[in-house]
Design a protein around this ligand. Sequence first.
Ligand code: ZN
Length: 269
Amino acid sequence: MRGSHIACLAVVSCLALPGCGGTAFMLPPVTDHEALVAAKEIEAADPTLPKFSRSDAYYREAIRRLGVQLTAGVAAVCARADTEECRFMFHYVDDDEVNAFADEGGDIYLHRGMLEYLETDEEIAAVMAHEMSHQIADHVYETRSSVLLGAVLGGLLMGGIAAVGGAPPEATEDWTTMGMQHGARAGQLAFSKEQEREADLLAAYVLARADFDLERAGRTFEVLAKLNGVATSSWNDTHPAGAERVVAWRKAVAEVEASPDKLPNIAAD
Ligand SMILES: [Zn+2]
């Protein structure tokens, strides 16, 4: 399909540009064999996906309390990541959407639909720490730049093709809009998996510095693996799900436990 071909071009252009994404903190990659073994383990352990529905007041209070605990120890992680944006505001969203996300300026949104699958404070804190880590690692800004660039390139390419092909002005405008939409989407997906991996790694440090039990927090990633078919498509599109993420989490925990200062190391280029 022509649209997706144009979108690919936008991604290639984005990846080729300096400063167009990239991660500073990285774990060693997860092998297929490791992911396969973990997938069988998760399946064998407990195939059910229970809900722990609680009141809105419970979730609001949990988010407030956990937010205080998480932010108390986070400044050193922000400093290591060289980010000046180290303020976080947590918002409870009273609806059934299975989602959580970070927005510009440190705003973090947690939907009840996601929280209902989490049982303990540690599990809720893991999702909060993951979203904080997107902010700490500057992903919100990176993604916005990449989406914008993808949209501009996509729009230029599609609009240009329509104009060169002798299309009337209205059609050229439609093609430009379509190209911008494809380009924006491609830009957002171009490095999201790497960003997610980096956010999970940083989250382990954020949780450790706030004295959360990392093993208990890790159950969140097993829940998320099972949530694959339930979460909204925006969550599924941008978050690596499943066993690979569970294995990566275990590696992150091992790295944190071996770290003398409980701070992440910047990966060499
Ligand atoms: Zn994420």
